[in-house]
Design a protein around this ligand. Structure first.
Ligand code: PGA
Length: 242
C-alpha cells in the first residue's frame, strides 16, 4: 500500500440528487484526493464522474434473494473499491454485532473489496477505563478467520463513539496511544501492520492539529465532508503537510 494519507468522506444518509450534482461540480479538482462514500443511490453519479468510491455498508451474503441488500460482487462490478464495515451507527441502529461484522468483512475481502473497519469506545467505556479492552475485543472478534493474504486489504478507523458528530475530539496523546494499541494488537495477533485512520468530529479547524499525530494514517470524515469548502480545506491541509 502507498504511503500517502487516506482521506475518506462518509456522507451517511445525506444530500438530495440536486445537492449531489452540485457537490460533484465543486469537488471536481479534488476527486483524486479522497475516497467518497455517498448514499448507495448516488454511487453511479460519483463513479461516472471519476471519483474513488467506497460503499457505506455491504451484505454478508452473496448474490440472491436478499431484499434491499448489496453484494460485494455487485459493488466491485460497479467499480467500487472500498466498503465501510462496523460503523457505530450500523452497530447501534441496525444491531450489527461483531459476529455479523466479521462475516461481512470476510465476504467483502473474498470478493476483492477493501474494508474500512470502524471500531471505538462509548463515553461510558472511556470513563470506566475500558477503552483498551473494547478496542482489543472488537479487533480480535471482527478480524478472526480471515485468509492471511487478505489482511493487507483491511484499514482500521478508530472512531470514539462519543466523538462522532459531537464536536468533541480526544486529545492528540490519546489518539496516538489508541492508534498505537491498534497497530500493536493487530501485529501481534494477525501479523500485519494496518493503516489506522482517525474519525470523529474532524473538521477544517482541527485538522492541522490532528494531522500532526505521527501514527495516524488518514481520516474518516463525516459531517465536514458534506460541505465542499470544508472538505477541500481538510484535503489541502493534509496534502500540504505530507
Ligand atoms: P463526524 O463522523 O466526522 O461527523 O463526526 C465521522 C463518522 O461517523 O465516520
Amino acid at each position: 500500500m502507498e504511503n500517502k494519507k487516506l482521506i475518506v468522506g462518509n456522507m451517511k444518509m445525506n444530500l438530495t440528487l440536486k445537492e449531489v450534482k452540485s457537490y460533484i461540480k465543486e469537488m471536481e479538482d479534488y476527486k483524486d484526493c479522497a475516497i467518497v462514500c455517498p448514499s448507495s443511490l448516488y454511487l453511479s453519479y460519483f463513479i461516472e464522474n471519476g471519483f474513488t468510491i467506497g460503499i457505506q455498508n455491504i451484505s454478508e451474503y452473496n448474490i440472491g434473494a436478499y431484499t434491499g441488500d448489496i453484494a460485494p460482487v455487485q459493488a466491485v462490478s460497479m467499480g467500487i473499491d472500498y466498503t465501510i464495515i462496523g460503523h457505530s451507527e450500523r452497530r447501534e441502529y441496525y444491531g450489527e454485532d461483531d459476529a455479523m461484522i466479521n462475516r461481512k468483512i470476510i465476504n467483502a475481502l473474498n470478493n476483492k473489496l477493501k474494508v474500512i473497519l470502524c471500531i471505538g469506545e462509548t463515553l461510558e467505556e472511556k470513563e470506566n477505563n475500558m477503552t483498551e479492552d473494547k478496542i482489543k475485543k472488537q479487533l480480535l472478534n471482527d478480524l478472526q478467520n480471515i485468509d492471511s493474504k487478505l489482511y493487507e486489504n483491511v484499514i482500521i478507523a478508530y472512531e470514539p463513539i462519543w466523538a462522532i458528530g459531537t464536536g468533541k475530539v480526544p486529545n492528540s496523546e490519546d489518539i496516538y496511544t489508541i492508534t498505537k494499541l491498534i497497530k500493536e494488537t493487530i501485529k501481534e495477533k494477525f501479523s500485519y501492520e494496518p493503516k489506522v485512520l482517525y474519525g470523529g468530529s474532524t473538521n477544517d479547524n482541527n485538522i492541522e492539529e490532528l494531522n500532526k499525530i505521527t501514527n495516524v494514517d488518514g481520516f474518516l470524515i463525516g459531517g465536514a465532508c458534506l460541505v465542499p469548502a470544508k472538505f477541500i480545506k481538510i484535503i489541502e491541509t493534509i496534502k500540504n503537510n505530507k
